[in-house]
Ligand binder design. Structure first.
Ligand SMILES: C[S@@+](CC[C@H](N)C(=O)[O-])C[C@H]1O[C@@H](n2cnc3c(N)ncnc32)[C@H](O)[C@@H]1O
Length: 344
């Protein structure tokens, strides 16, 4: 037997019906583009063939370079394949493909900026900040072709919009919202969500290893007139264990980082977050899902992430001891990113 329930993503007035089984299962909600003012322009066969072609050539070229680095460099040999791929991709002089990053500084930035807000910002704000600056030349064409059309870029933009909405809902529910943002980057979602709740006295700790990301967050929070809510901490995510005990957050947000944690690390962190949250607390996180453009992300952009299916995400949430009945997973319109809202 199933009952229909109504849920909304944020304050956008977007409402989606979903089925809630009475067997205890983590709720799965598929969000439509219209609900979040998102993007869902699926690419056709020709686009996917060019993506596959460019990715295969890059796989041969970059695979060979990685092999050379491992055989010639002691550190690469010791730290292995993922480290070597990471190191190659972050080299600003390296070119994966002339038709992608060879002649477009934007596409190149998407590659060398991986794992930092340099790359994510470009994707989040492609429509407002990148597209209007593109000319009618080859660089403009290949930037529009790859960053503009790529389903993964659209999906990340959708994810941002969903996280803003979901966070705003959680902030408005808490009497004294205290947010811990792990691997915060420039905190786009946290800042936008707080702005949606002007009557709330919010306290936030942002944790990130990258000073430039924290500086960008500080600048954005200052421009939004809410910088006094924030504490900026340059440290590794491992310090989150301490902040869970001392800061006592009731909302923990970790977006764009689980994709780099293996199951053992993720489970340890999820358990600590679950134990550190009060009964009314919530943990909001997300993960990329295996998808047809993975080969491009792996071998052209050299973003080596850990992809998880919805069932694998459910297992992480479940293993940490979050309540199945109260936790939810939201799928963005292209089905490439999932956002988990985990409750005790
Ligand atoms: C993909 S970005 C996500 C940023 C932000 N949460 C968002 O969704 O917009 C990943 C962030 O993790 C940070 N990071 C990488 N390794 C980290 C670590 N060991 N501890 C804390 N932050 C880390 C990077 O500096 C970067 O800002």
């Amino acid at each position: 037997m199933a009952t229909n329930i109504v849920t909304s993503i944020g304050n956008e007035g977007c409402v989606k019906r979903k089925k809630n089984s009475i067997t205890t299962e983590i709720q799965l909600t598929e969000v439509c583009a219209g609900q979040i003012n998102g993007e869902c322009n699926k690419t056709g066969m020709f686009y996917q063939l060019t993506l596959l072609f460019v990715s295969c050539i890059a796989m041969i070229k970059n695979g060979f370079l990685v092999f050379l680095m491992i055989t010639r460099n002691e550190k690469c040999r010791k730290r292995g394949f993922p480290y070597t791929v990471y190191k190659l991709g972050r080299n600003k002089k390296h070119v994966s493909s002339l038709f992608v990053d060879g002649f477009s500084k934007w596409n190149a930035q998407a590659k060398w900026g991986a794992t930092t807000c340099d790359s994510l910002e470009l994707f989040y704000h492609y429509q407002e900040r990148v597209f209007p600056n593109l000319g009618n030349n080859f660089e403009g064409f290949i930037t529009k072709w790859w960053i503009g059309k790529m389903e993964n870029r659209q999906a990340v933009t959708n994810r941002l919009k969903m996280v803003i909405g979901l966070l705003a809902v959680e902030i408005s529910k808490q009497e004294n919202p205290r947010i811990l943002s792990i691997a915060s980057g420039s905190a786009d979602a946290v800042i936008a969500a707080i702005k949606k709740c002007p009557d709330k006295d919010v306290h936030v700790v942002l944790i990130d290893v990258n000073q430039d990301s924290l500086d960008a967050a500080k600048k954005a929070a200052t421009e939004a007139g809410i910088v006094n809510c924030f504490q900026f901490v340059k440290t590794s995510y491992a310090r989150a264990f301490t902040y869970l005990k001392t800061f006592k957050p009731n909302i923990v947000e970790m977006v764009g980082f689980l994709d780099y944690l293996d199951d053992a690390m993720a489970t340890r962190l999820f358990k600590a977050i679950k134990n550190g949250l009060p009964a009314s607390g919530v943990f909001l996180t997300c993960n990329i899902i295996p998808n047809k453009e993975k080969i491009f992300l792996d071998w052209v952009l050299l973003w080596n992430m850990i992809y998880r299916t919805v069932d694998e995400m459910k297992t992480l949430v479940d293993d940490a001891g979050f309540s199945r009945g109260k936790s939810e997973i939201y799928l963005e319109p292209l089905g490439i990113h999932q956002v988990a809202v985990c409750r005790k």
